[in-house]
Design a protein around this ligand. Sequence first.
Ligand SMILES: [Zn+2]
Length: 191
Amino acid sequence: MPAEFPDFRLGNVLATSFTATLTERHGDAVERIPTPQRLVDWLAVNGLAVDSCTTAQLELARELRESIHVAATATAIHDALPASAVQVINDCSIQGRAAAVLTPERNRRWRLSSASCVEDALGVIAADAIGIIAGERDGRLALCASPTCRAAFFDTSQSRTRKWCDMNTCGNRQKKARFNANQRKNPRSAK
Ligand SMILES: [Zn+2]
């Protein structure tokens, strides 16, 4: 695996983990699925293994990703859903033919109709996005407080007051910035 590809951001919500394959949308954007093989890798990590992906399938995946991002953002700010984003999400959901399969260990697995069917995997992601945008799951869509990020994330905290898409990146950076600002204002008290 070439080391120069950016890492994946792993979350526990499929749809927003997927939208997080593009980060810093309002800054220096980082594309985390720059090649079809990286989409194959991402799908494998997320329980949707396929054995190949074409450039056209990668393009479709990115179109779905940005449509989910737009629809999730509109939901977070209580705006109307853009019709074009809804159309792409629905088309992907309808096209997918993945089946949920129960394992003896009581886990759910996804069985795709064929190992090269990226569209099936995208259908699962689209259905997951529909679930959270429709408000079916316990949580709230919110936007990351980082001005260069503004990623939509699914807040499942008790208080529903999570501010960052990811504590280890955006949250940490903000904490450091605040610390540095305090230190400049009050150099003796901040050690
Ligand atoms: Zn963020």
